[in-house]
Design a protein around this ligand. Structure first.
Ligand SMILES: Nc1nc2c(ncn2[C@@H]2O[C@H](COP(=O)(O)OP(=O)(O)O)[C@@H](O)[C@H]2O)c(=O)[nH]1
Ligand SMILES: [Mg+2]
Length: 379
């Protein structure tokens, strides 16, 4: 899964990416530092079934820390979304192409209101204005894709007598858009219109708002005004905590409401970390970075985590790794659909599954978050 980190210059995208991935990216206080899209691996945090089942797990595609499973997702830092980007302003719209693959977006905005949509310093700027700017730019980008697809589809519809919705859906399948999505969008607007793109954006690229720089005193009032399910966030605090954790100064599990000092800190380091505790963790419950990833994927996009095993008795794969893999699937996924994501050619051999009570489950059984299943094949 790929998540796009978007936002105006200097809102804290690179810091967010670095905090979430601890990858080395360039961070600086001037616009357009991130010229090429930056990628890194972030992690979703979910309860690992090892706790409930009373076993020690041996994760292969994810990791487990204190009974919490961390599941990798690719993050992409998309720079250059300034007003007029779709017309080539700033870095132009080349970077937007990288977003096609994204399942959803995190809009990092500077909640302190100290930088405007162009990324320039401006006191008392209303950060919610950047929401409109960003949505507009993304819609215009989608509009461009949709009207090209529409022209092609119109020609094909005439010659081949295939309904336009079908053709358009095929043209836009790269955006994860289906025929029924097209039908509902067409009820609201013409494919050349901005409104059509807005509907498609809502389906294709759900956006979660990260009200960043919440550590600054100016941010609280702006955050309360923004609402829209925004998550209070301090990317810089998360980065500091993860760096301190990496250097064995503190014990900190990403996303938690506290940390424990375990190493030697000098006064300056101690003060900095205690300030994070006071201004961010105690006030908002966490730095928000982990929350953003989790809320986007598990709530906005509606994914659940399912753990496939080769043997439900041993709860392991064929090599004996206990609870080896965490699979991300959409809510409502059936056992058969899940089996197909693991083995592509199951057509004849798939016969059902077993749950942790060793009860048989059928092909149409809808999986639930945290399920551990053995998939059964005809021998
Ligand atoms: N106070 C504060 N500053 C931040 C935070 N996140 C980023 N910054 C600062 O904002 C500036 C721009 O950050 P950067 O990540 O380069 O922004 P980008 O242009 O969106 O990639 C840098 O000076 C960061 O140190 C935060 O959570 N709190
Ligand atoms: Mg950057």
């Amino acid at each position: 899964m790929l998540i796009g980190i978007v936002g105006c210059p200097n809102s804290g995208k690179s810091t967010f990416l670095k905090a979430a991935t601890l990858a080395e990216v360039e961070i600086a206080n001037y616009p357009f530092t991130t010229v090429k899209p930056n990628q890194g691996m972030g992690y979703l945090k979910a309860e690992c079934p090892c706790k409930k089942l009373g076993v020690k797990c041996n994760p292969q595609n994810s990791k487990c820390e204190d009974g919490m499973r961390f599941i990798p997702v690719k993050l992409l830092d998309v720079a250059g979304l300034v007003p007029g980007a779709h017309e080539g302003k700033g870095l132009g719209n080349q970077f937007l192409g990288d977003l096609i693959q994204a399942s959803g977006l995190i809009h990092v905005l500077d909640a302190s209101g100290k930088t405007n949509a162009e990324g320039k310093p401006e006191d008392g700027y209303d950060p919610s204005k950047t929401i409109e700017v960003l949505e507009y730019e993304i819609d215009e980008w989608i509009k461009g894709i949709a009207s090209k697809a529409n022209e092609k589809s119109k020609k094909l519809a005439e010659t081949q007598k295939i309904p336009i919705e079908k053709l358009l859906a095929k043209q836009l399948s790269g955006l994860g858009i289906t025929e029924s999505d097209i039908k509902s969008a067409m009820k609201k607007a013409e494919p050349e219109d901005h409104g059509f793109a807005t509907v498609l954006r809502g389906i294709s690229k759900p956006i979660l708002i990260a009200a960043n720089k919440i550590d600054l005193s100016e941010s609280k009032a702006n955050f309360e005004k923004i609402n829209k399910g925004a998550i209070p966030c301090s990317a810089e605090s998360e980065l500091a905590l993860r760096e301190a954790e990496k250097h064995d100064m503190i014990k900190y599990v990403p996303g938690s409401r506290g940390f424990e000092v375990v190493g030697n800190l000098n006064e300056k380091q101690k003060d900095a970390l205690e300030l994070i505790r006071k201004d961010v963790l105690d006030k908002y419950g966490s730095t928000g970075v982990q929350d953003c990833l989790n809320k986007l994927v598990f709530e906005k996009l509606g994914y659940i985590v399912v753990y496939p095993v080769a043997s439900i008795n041993k709860l392991s794969d064929t090599k004996g790794n206990v609870l080896p893999d965490a699979g991300l699937v959409r809510k409502g996924t059936t056992l058969r659909e899940f089996a197909e994501t693991i083995h592509t050619d199951i057509a004849d051999s798939f016969i059902g599954g077993l749950d942790t009570d060793k009860k048989k489950i059928g092909a149409d059984h809808e999986l639930e978050n945290g399920d551990v299943v053995e998939i059964l094949f005809r021998k």
